[in-house]
Design a protein around this ligand. Sequence first.
Ligand code: 5GP
Length: 157
Amino acid sequence: MDHRDRWTARAANELVYVSGMAETIFAKIIRGEIPCHKVYEDDRVLAFLDVNPLSRGHTLVIPKEAVATIDQLSDDSAAAIGRALPRIARGILAVTGAPAYNVLQNNGAAAHQAVFHVHFHIIPKYDDGAGLGIGWKPIRLGDDGNDLAASIAAQVR
Ligand code: 5GP
C-alpha cells in the first residue's frame, strides 16, 4: 500500500496516520498527549517551540503525516509545509527581531536527526552569534557533474 493511502479522517480538520511505524514523541505532541508551545496549526501542519532551543524563537515545523524523512513525504504534506514555513518565519522574525535565520532539516541519524518524524527547524541567528553554527567543508565538483546531474534528474518524479 502506498503510504499516502494510510491516512484516515477521524474528524473534521483532523488527519490521523494509521500505519504501524514506530511512534515518535512528535506523534504524541500532534495528538496533544504531550504539551508543546504551539505557534501554528492547520489540518496538515503543526509548529511549536523547540524544547532545547539553539536561540530564542527556535521553532519546529512538522507535518502531521508520520514519516521519518522528507523523501517519504506526500505531495499534500509537502505543499502544506511549504506554505506554512514562510508564514511562520515571518512571525518569528516579527517577534524576535532577529536579523537572520536558518532553516534546517535533518534526515537520518548520520545527518544529526534525533526524532524520526520529519521536521524543519527555524532557528533565529542573532548578532551575538546565538543560533545555528555551521561546519561547512566544501569539496570540488568533480568531472562527472554533467552525468551526476543527469542521473539525478532522471530519478526525480
Ligand atoms: P533533530 O536533531 O532530530 O533535527 O532535532 C530534533 C529536535 O527536537 C531537537 O532540537 C530537540 O530539542 C527537539 N525535541 C525533542 N523532543 C522534544 C519535545 O518533546 N518537545 C519539543 N518541543 N521539542 C523536542
